[in-house]
Design a protein around this ligand. Structure first.
Ligand SMILES: O=C(CO)[C@@H](O)[C@H](O)COP(=O)(O)O
Ligand SMILES: [Fe+2]
Length: 225
């Protein structure tokens, strides 16, 4: 199944003193989804925000809220993130021993279930949960921080995941170091949702956000062929 290219700016790189406005601006600038990086200082060495902040951002746009949960355990918090207005809830395969249960819980909450793999985690980890998954997020940096360098070895992993998914209607997302320079390769390998934090928010105006999103989208469309 061919999904559209979607650009999902990560507000991790936005100005935290005016997050609502940043969300509105980046959607006005052409973002398809808004990527929300939730970090707990335990699963990853950084802390960001939780469901209350996400709830406060919800009125600023109708765009899909793509919630990347870098927390362990995740299960006790899934309902709170669902109620906060997240549309996609992605848990890390490494975050707990009962991945299938986490994914079932997300779907039971009426949300799309995502699973994320750290760079060192092989795609075989998710082979037996594919029918419980709506989205696979391939980390192309080690999670925890924005502005890191894209790990090129992940292109092969995306390709293998694309083949493993087959005809299932699963979206493949890439996250970390995505720029107009790397977008073509990840789209060619088979991903369709491209997260970009610093590449978008390094701009200082809505016009700059629009230019960056358009450049990433154009590179992805060209790469996909
Ligand atoms: O999940 C993460 C980091 O853990 C990402 O979503 C980053 O926020 C992406 O930032 P850039 O690499 O695009 O600057
Ligand atoms: Fe992320």
């Amino acid at each position: 199944m061919i999904h559209p290219i979607r650009i999902a700016p990560s507000i991790l790189a936005a100005d935290f003193s005016k997050l609502g406005q940043e969300v509105r601006d980046v959607v006005d600038a052409g973002a398809d989804w808004v990527h929300l990086d939730v970090m707990d200082g335990h699963f990853v060495p950084n802390i960001t925000f939780g469901p209350d902040i996400i709830k406060s951002l919800r009125p600023y746009t109708d765009a899909t809220f793509d919630c990347h949960l870098m927390i362990a355990p995740a299960d006790p918090f899934l309902e709170a993130f669902a109620k906060a207005g997240c549309d996609v809830l992605t848990v890390h395969a490494e975050a707990g021993p009962h991945l299938h249960r986490s994914l079932q819980t997300v779907r039971a909450l009426g949300k799309r279930a995502g699973v994320s793999l750290n760079p060192a985690t092989p795609e075989s980890t998710i082979e037996y949960v594919l029918d419980a998954v709506d989205l696979i997020l391939v980390m192309t940096v080690n999670p925890g921080f924005g502005g890191q360098k894209f790990i090129a070895e992940m292109e092969e992993k995306i390709r293998r995941i694309r083949a493993m998914v087959g005809d299932r209607p699963i979206e493949i997302e890439v996250d970390g170091g995505v720029t107009p320079e790397t977008a073509g390769a990840v789209a060619r390998a088979g991903s369709n949702v491209l997260v970009a934090g610093s590449a978008v928010f390094k701009g200082d105006s809505v016009a700059a956000y629009r230019g960056a999103i358009a450049a990433i989208r154009a590179a992805a469309e060209t790469g996909r062929g």
